[in-house]
Design a protein around this ligand. Sequence first.
Ligand code: NAD
Ligand code: MG
Length: 420
Amino acid sequence: MSVVGASPRQAPAATGATGRAIRRVCVLGATGSIGDATLDVIARHPDRFEVTAVAAHTNVRKLAQVCRRFRPRYAALGDATAAQALGAELAADGLPTTVLAGAAGLVAIASLAEADTVLAAIVGAAGLASTLAAARAGKRILLANKEALVLGGALFMDAVRDGGATLLPIDSEHNAIFQCLPAAYARDPATAGVRRILLTASGGPFRAWPAADLEQVTPDQACAHPNWAMGRKISVDSATMMNKGLEVIEAHWLFGVAADAIEVVIHPQSIVHSLVDYTDGSVLAQLGHPDMRTPITQALAYPERITAPVPALDLARLATLSFESPDLRRFPCLALAYDALRAGGTAAALLNAANEIAVAAFLAGRLRFTDIAATCTHVLAAVPTTAIATIDDVHEADARARDEARRFIATRVDQGTVTA
Ligand code: NAD
Ligand code: MG
């Protein structure tokens, strides 16, 4: 299944020494955790993939290292000053890389005629414009930036369809579901005999903690995920279970499944990455080590299978795979995400923006862990949800929610509930 499929519009790819077409990949978020994992996979298959372009936010030193290693034709940094520094550094090294800058640079990189595949791995709402540009340009999109779907929803899926793009999910749960659905799946669960989607969640580092202890959680504790090594923002989201909430919304848009037919199951070992429950009673699952290089390799090579640097699964050694229901009282963010999905319109964008601001304040030591959910609850109640007609409606909701979240957090600090 390509979630929404069509053949990309670009000219046919060049062929490598083996006569096989080489995929020309643009890596958005090249300095992050998913970017690292993707570049590692690509480096192991030089006969199949070439890094055509890379983009990140401010990290000149790391993006310069990536450019020296992969020699892409283009690089972009969202921060214009950093882009200037990168340009100077690469020119001094005599590298042939053209450097672009700012939001427009990211969009240009995402729609390059020279690339056929775009890895969308910028974190947060900051990734929306470039991911949308890749959709409009008809790229083969490897989607890690779940926020593009949470914010853009129907608009993003329409852009994928109208642009003739192909969407391949990288998020491990959605990649698992993708692998468990029939090849011809067309976002219609009834026709495919799909009863439910079961999204697994590790439960994060605080799965077994008493609710009363959660107030004192520190950023480092929240980022110490038991099974996955990830960027700090998504690590905090895993600890609050907001990540699973955003993934419920992501699954809704990717697979056309209603909120009531998406169930979250806690699975602390993170071996079963998600399941599809069919009306005939069959339940299909995808299993693997918790290593993002498996879903990334699957999507990069799809529909072929190629090797990933991940050991074979030893089931006897794992011995136990366990499952339990989530405790929504201790993890209210999950319930908030279901509510936002059911409310529709800009509700999910409001939730995402409030959460981004709250997580940043928590990571900066300015907000308690439990106040992340309080901030999101407040913003969803204070900012009205409206219908989405154009992407401007999304940007406006995002901006209003950020303002309201900042105001709310300032009152928490003033009241002395946290030390600023
Ligand atoms: P990260 O923090 O490690 O990396 C984020 C990347 O985004 C960096 O390259 C950074 O430079 C770039 N970036 C941030 N703000 C930007 C901006 N304004 N303009 C341009 N670039 C910007 O994050 P990550 O863990 O790699 O996650 C990336 C995305 O993948 C997120 O949407 C996350 O939800 C999703 N995801 C991650 C994992 C994982 O295992 N890390 C798993 C599933 C999904
Ligand atoms: Mg995930």
